[in-house]
Design a binder for this molecule. Sequence first.
Ligand code: EPU
Length: 292
Amino acid sequence: MNWLRGYDDIVERDVPLADLTWFRLGGTARLVAQPNSVDQLAGLMERALERDVPVKVLGRGANVLVRDSGFDGLVIRLNDDSLTRFEIDGERVIAGAGADLMKLVQACSRAGLAGLEGLAGIPGTVGGAIRMNAGGRFGEISDCVETVDVVQPDGSGRTIQKDQVGFGYRRTALGDAIVTGTTFRLNRDEPVRVYRQFKECWQIKKEAQPLADHSAGCVFTNPPGESAGRLIDRAGLKGRASGGARVSQRHANFIVADRGATATDVLRLIDQIRQTVSEQFGTELQLELDIW
Ligand code: EPU
């Protein structure tokens, strides 16, 4: 592929994506690139835009379902050391988009920096968590953000102040820009206290959610003032299966994939859940899960 001249050493073709996602389902990507720097990422994005090639970023694959037919485009992985680092500087933390969110949250809590401990147990990368404003009962990642660095589809870089990111419930207004890094502002506190809170939040999550199974976290966003899990549970759908996909007994907003499941099984089950909840409660559930 001519348009990728100069990038051959960082691009692979026809890469199976299943093992790169928490669901462990789905087909292959036409191209997967692992840029060594933000500049290299910018160059790739510019070329892809010129060629009209769709681009997606894959972090830890914790919130993604890849269709069985795969993804006919360019998948970016921000795995290079320069993009997975984070650094604590006083009450500020500067993190690459590829940094592991759980490691970051744990390290900050241990260091007595308060603010992110409520995100304990949320899987993914910093970039993925920023893009969807990951969070839960104890807060959202946006609570602690100061700035977000992005590369735009035309290859230009920008640092965006928090109030310009468009953070909302599980959303941002970042569009097709790719997050490359984030600066957080935390509060100095007693390390023992922050770390205890971190552990408590994680424990609560482990008790309520099927974290050992193959899933991708909550499938639907919560409707205003309601919990999608509670609605699906009240509709009697716990344990409902479609092929190898079934609604978790532990938390009804999780779909777990058993051995032999396909992405099509999950998609069928999603349709059934939506239809049943709509019929019983008149609520149209919206996907939190990102379907490729
Ligand atoms: N509930 C049920 N049955 C279920 C699940 C929940 O009755 O199967 C009830 C619970 O008993 C509780 C209420 O529904 O009274 C809310 O449940 P929970 O505390 O588990 O919170 P949630 O609203 O279902 C949200 C986030 C989770 C996050 C938790 C905890 C969304 C879509 N979900 O779930 O986020 O971990 O709060 O902070 O916002 C995710 O985004 O992937 C995710 C797992």
